[in-house]
Each structure stands twice: as structure tokens, then as C-alpha cells.
Design a protein around this ligand. Structure first.
Ligand code: DGI
Ligand code: FE
Ligand code: FE
Length: 197
């Protein structure tokens, strides 16, 4: 294992102790899918495995615990009381500061796995997509999205982003700026690729 992590055994215990059984299973599913996508799209498989396995490490914190971490690490106030957006940011801080993970790409893949953002690295796109298309997900179009992620990662990210934006809008929830910027960015990137630039 070439990834810097001061205590991999405690990190493993951390997810076993802090994640519900189904969330733990999801994490292993994201690890497996991220490795598959890394192989297909030419990213570092070891980093993909690590980021995939630990991406949701803070997901099952209660709001009080999550808010304490948001404050401890000086994260934006808008994350207070918002576990859906906070768990990825807090997870990255915990990996860095409590488990000595130094790889910036892994930390960012965890940090942006919920919202995505503009200028994502290949690893960030992989973890973002793997989260949604891993084998344990149960929605009806899973096969379609998996196949898309295997063939065209940008397009998979775009369709996931559009789905997310659509369903948040329907529920009247605020859409994070990073999510909107990610959509614009990936659209432009796809246009440029198509024009052979
Ligand atoms: O942690 P997972 O369930 O595996 O997946 P995730 O980290 O993508 O979290 C999904 C949740 O995050 C879901 O409830 C929708 C929410 N979410 C994603 N993007 C945004 C968002 N919520 C808000 N308010 N704004 C966003 O842009
Ligand atoms: Fe998550
Ligand atoms: Fe997840």
C-alpha cells in the first residue's frame, strides 16, 4: 500500500463502528465500482479503491456530531445542520487530520463526492459516478447508468448531475453552487472533446 495513511487498521475500525450495515456494504460497492471505472478510464486503481471505500465515513454521524466537526475544522457555516452536504467535507477533513491521509486527489474525491465541482480530476469524476452506479443501488435505471459510466464517464456525470438538480428542484431544496458549476463544466468539456480540441 503506497497511500499515506498513519493507521489503516483504525480507519477500517472507524467505518465498521460508525457506518450502518447497509452503508458499509454501499462503501464496499463504491470501492469495487471505482476500481472498475479506474481500470476502464485509466486512473490509479489503488487511489480509486481507497477513496471509494472511505468516501462516506462521516455519513451516519448524528447532526450534533457532524456540526461539531464542521466547527472543529472551520468549514462553512452553511453546512451546519446539513448532513447531506457536510458528510463529504467532514469525511475529507477526518481522513487528512485524524488518519494522516496526504494524497490531495483522494481527499478531493471524498470532499466533492456529493456535489461534484468544476475542473474535477478523473478520480473525482470516478468516485462521484461510482457512488451512484455501484451494484447495491436499487433504482430501476441502474443498468443504464452503469453502462453509461463504463462507456462515457463525462456523460454519466452529466446525467447524474441533471437528475440531482431536477430532483432537488422538485423538492424545493437549494442546489449547491458547486453542483451547478460542475454541470456547466462537464457540458463544455464534452463539447470541446466532440470538436476534437
Ligand atoms: O452519501 P450517499 O447517499 O451515498 O450519496 P451522496 O453523498 O451523493 O448524498 C446524496 C444526498 O446529497 C442526497 O440527499 C441529495 C444531496 N445533495 C446532493 N447534491 C446536493 C444535495 N443537497 C443539496 N441541498 N444541494 C446539492 O447541491
Ligand atoms: Fe455520500
Ligand atoms: Fe455514498
Amino acid at each position: 500500500m503506497s497511500i499515506n495513511c498513519t493507521d489503516r487498521e483504525s480507519l477500517e475500525l472507524f467505518i465498521r463502528n460508525n457506518l450502518k450495515e447497509s452503508r458499509y456494504r454501499h462503501s464496499l460497492g463504491v470501492e469495487e465500482m471505482a476500481v472498475r471505472l479506474a481500470r476502464l478510464h485509466g486512473a490509479d486503481e489503488e487511489k480509486a479503491a481507497f477513496a471509494g471505500r472511505y468516501h462516506d465515513l462521516a455519513k451516519n454521524f448524528d447532526t450534533e456530531t457532524m456540526d461539531a466537526y464542521v466547527r472543529k475544522y472551520g468549514l462553512p457555516e452553511k453546512l451546519i445542520g446539513n448532513n447531506a452536504l457536510a458528510h463529504s467535507k467532514v469525511g475529507a477533513e477526518i481522513l487528512e487530520h485524524e488518519f494522516g491521509v496526504t494524497d490531495k486527489e483522494i481527499l478531493d474525491a471524498v470532499r466533492y463526492h456529493t456535489t461534484a465541482r468544476k475542473d474535477m480530476s478523473l478520480l473525482e469524476e470516478i468516485v462521484f459516478a461510482a457512488d451512484v452506479v455501484e451494484d447495491n443501488r436499487t433504482y430501476s435505471d441502474l443498468d443504464y447508468y452503469q453502462d453509461l459510466a463504463y462507456r462515457d464517464l463525462d456523460r454519466a456525470c452529466l446525467e447524474i448531475l441533471e437528475y440531482t438538480i431536477g430532483s432537488l428542484t422538485e423538492k424545493g431544496r437549494t442546489i449547491d453552487t458547486d453542483t451547478l458549476e460542475a454541470r456547466e463544466w462537464v457540458l463544455n468539456k464534452m463539447k470541446e472533446t466532440k470538436n476534437g480540441k
